[in-house]
Design a protein around this ligand. Structure first.
Ligand code: BG6
Length: 516
């Protein structure tokens, strides 16, 4: 249906009853890597669900760009299969799908070939006419990072990037990993700066699209009781965990280059550190929020010496074992992984944030593949009692646990009296669960982030200085851990909680990891 401005005011034609007032401007979304895993598993299902919930602009089109020779119909058909498999809402609604697929196009070609971009241009112009997408473009680089520079240069060369103040918007979403280290991230940022404006760049970290991660901002800054105690006077330490049952899931080639530090710590886990550790922003807008996040990263002390890395970081790699009752191979037996590989799949480390709020409060981070269960959480441990009335060791410190996934929610652990004559304390949990409280499935992270990119809201995307500050920290570990002198990662059988050295790391400080 061609776009007319009234569509913004009337109920969404795809979903009677749902108004479309929050819909972004008309636009075409180009997915480079349009047939890839990310497009199939996440992006196209997320876009389809935005259509289901009435959040897509009334005038919208998708152009997949990839190497495979496919017709438009074949592309739309393969996306329908992907959505059928991976969508959070099922079954596919035939009416919604029909309209959604009518705006779908495909361009086959290599990213090195300028002709691919000439044909992309023609295709976008055709979409502007057929679907009234009005020259607004969102380019999504869902490709391996090695393709990012070529894509940017080709887009520029083909005149497909409008200046930031043009009435037709051009925005570019860049997937992680953003660079391989600080130097390559800086080089990519410089290239981006030559080609477009920071306001047009959306560096994605899908953790920021998770409801529970965004809730950290609301939980911290929309309640008055937590902020006064959210500091070194009351907090003993913080533990941030991101554990997965999954192994490298067929991505051995990528993972060999990345390892857990680049794959999870540089982005997702450090983002959780930022949101847990930041000061209240002066306003709730993209720059004010990101200003505070970057300050946390700047206050993190990079590791100064090999001895310090050896004291504060433990790496591990899974060997064969069993997860959720199934036997699984070791990392070195995975496809595309070199025998003798030193790539870590487990990390536990201690960070210090040198700020008035956090000085002396260690942040312990751990992330791993092939754990006994999936669990991402932030646990804030408060100081122990100065003196216990109820006997030595009778009480545990209070802990606040923010469960990012699964069983999304927040729990506070505190002591109560066990019923009976004696004053016997026992720790119990006060537990909020999203599922029970709101009775709805939370939208996928990519739905929120795609919508924000279409609306031009950068709050949940990482800024240039933020990404470089995160690399500065991770680089200071990699420089040591990737040198030949550093010992290889400690083995741990798949389905166990990682190498014992990780327990020793925290035990040396007189603390223990929270049991999950
Ligand atoms: C990705 C990593 O960014 O995040 C994967 O590349 C990891 O290795 C995934 O499995 C975890 O995301 P989630 O949303 O399942 O916690």
């Amino acid at each position: 249906m061609p776009y007319t401005p009234e569509h913004d005011e009337v109920p969404n034609p795809l979903r009677p009853g749902l108004r479309a007032e929050s819909a972004p401007e008309p636009c075409a979304l180009v997915i480079f890597g349009g047939t890839g895993d990310l497009a199939q598993r996440k992006l196209v299902p997320a876009l389809y669900n935005l259509a289901v919930t009435g959040h897509l602009p009334a005038a919208f089109g998708i152009v997949g760009v990839a190497k495979s020779e496919l017709s438009q119909q074949e592309y739309a058909q393969s996306m329908r299969e992907a959505v059928g498999k991976f969508s959070r809402t099922k079954p596919i609604d035939p009416d919604i799908w029909q309209d959604f697929a009518a705006g779908m196009r495909y361009v086959a070609g290599s990213f090195d070939d300028p002709d691919t971009f000439a044909r992309l241009r023609a295709q976008l112009e055709e979409l502007d006419r057929a679907r009234s997408t009005r020259g607004n473009r969102l380019y999504y680089c869902a490709t391996p990072p090695s393709a990012f520079p070529t894509l940017l240069q080709q887009l520029k060369g083909a005149g497909l990037i409008n200046p930031p103040n043009d009435s037709r918007f051009t925005r570019i979403v860049i997937e992680k990993p953003f660079g391989h280290d600080l130097a390559s991230a800086r080089a990519l940022n410089r290239l981006i700066q030559e080609i477009c404006d920071e306001r047009q760049v959306f560096r994605i970290d899908h953790y920021l699209g998770k409801e529970t991660v965004q809730n950290l901002l609301v939980f911290r800054f929309a309640n008055s009781i937590f902020e006064p105690i959210w500091n070194r006077r009351f907090v003993d330490h913080v533990q941030i965990t991101a554990f997965e049952e999954l192994g490298v899931a067929g991505r051995g080639r990528y993972y060999e280059e990345a390892g857990i530090l680049r794959d999870m710590i540089q982005n997702h886990v450090l983002q959780l550190v930022c949101l847990s550790g930041m000061e209240p922003p002066v306003a709730f807008d993209a720059d004010a929020v990101r200003d505070e996040k970057v300050k946390v990263l700047r206050a993190v002390e990079p590791f100064q010496s090999p001895e310090e890395v050896a004291r504060s970081v433990v790496l591990g790699q899974y060997t064969a074992g069993s997860v959720a009752g199934a036997d699984v191979p070791g990392y070195q037996q995975e496809k595309d992984v070199a025998p003798g590989s030193r790539t870590p799949t487990f990390v536990a480390l201690r960070l210090n944030i040198r700020s008035w709020r956090w000085d002396g409060v260690p942040f312990y981070l751990r992330s791993a593949k092939r754990m006994p269960k999936r669990a991402t959480e932030i646990a804030v441990f408060f100081h122990s009692l100065p003196h216990s009335l109820f006997g030595e060791g009778a009480t545990q410190p209070n802990v606040l646990i923010i469960r990012v996934q699964p069983e999304e929610g927040i729990a506070l652990r505190f002591a109560v009296k066990v019923p009976g004559e004696r004053y016997m304390p026992r720790t119990v949990s006060m537990d909020f669960r999203y599922g029970t409280a709101f009775g709805m499935t939370v939208p996928e992270a990519y739905e929120r982030l795609l919508l924000d990119a279409m609306r031009g809201d950068q709050t949940l995307f990482t800024r240039r200085d933020e990404i470089e500050a995160a690399w500065r920290i991770v680089d200071s570990i990699l420089r040591v851990s990737e040198s030949k002198e550093f010992p290889p990662p400690n083995p741990y059988p798949a389905g166990t909680w990682g190498p014992p050295e990780a327990d020793q790391l925290i035990a040396r400080d007189g603390r223990a990891w929270r049991r999950l």
